[in-house]
Design a protein around this ligand. Sequence first.
Ligand SMILES: [Fe+2]
Ligand SMILES: [Fe+2]
Length: 268
Amino acid sequence: MTTINEIAPDLFRLSIYVPDFDMQFNHFLVRDEEPLLVHAGLRAMFPALREAVASLIDPAKLRHIAWSHFESDECGALNDWLQLAGQAQGVCTLVGKLVNVDDFSIRPARGMTSEDALSTGKYRYRFYRTPHIPHGWDAGVLFEETRKTLFCSDLFHHFGDVPPLTSSDLIEPTRNAIQRMQQGPLAGYMPYTRHTEGVLRSLAALKPKTLAVMHGSSYSGHGDRLLTDLAGVIKENYDQAEPNAAPNGGSATPVGNSEVTEGPPSVS
Ligand SMILES: [Fe+2]
Ligand SMILES: [Fe+2]
């Protein structure tokens, strides 16, 4: 079942909760002259999501389908949407277009740099490249400049079937989720590099009023403060050796070499 909420004017959150993962998968529809969907979603979710979109607009009239980085929950159903909406185009970073999408997709995507602007009518967007944040060389975040909405992808990911929108702190649930992820098979969700803090601070400088979060509640308020605090949480949890990156508690045996390398494994 898809839960639909208008979390800001013309901005609809289409949320599917998956109990097995204790996680929401959120997709955002901007209702404008040229409707835009952020996150094409998993292929398995396409029928439910198409029905949810159809309750708001004619899905055949979708014009733009955007995502952050090449992963199934971000753009798995891209081709289903492109087949349904003949005028729709994928929108991602230029790296995403060149490295992944144009080979996968039935029509070429629009690869944006921060110099490009996209207009859907009333609303105007830029795509900021954020390599490896949350993860993936091609990662970026879409920012809607008129109402100052930042589409955060996996940043601020937290668990639970939580309310659509909050104005209280997302930092604590995010910290808990990061720590929970680090204990399981999906550890290493986000790398920490010397660029991480600077990128998050540059997103904070945009002073977003709405943070549209892919997994968990969206946020309304001082997005700059949350992004600055998030930089600290990411550093505190990921700027250290990876707990589950190699067998035997951090020792790696190179393939074809009998020598055992001690010490922290490298994370690629
Ligand atoms: Fe992701
Ligand atoms: Fe995601």
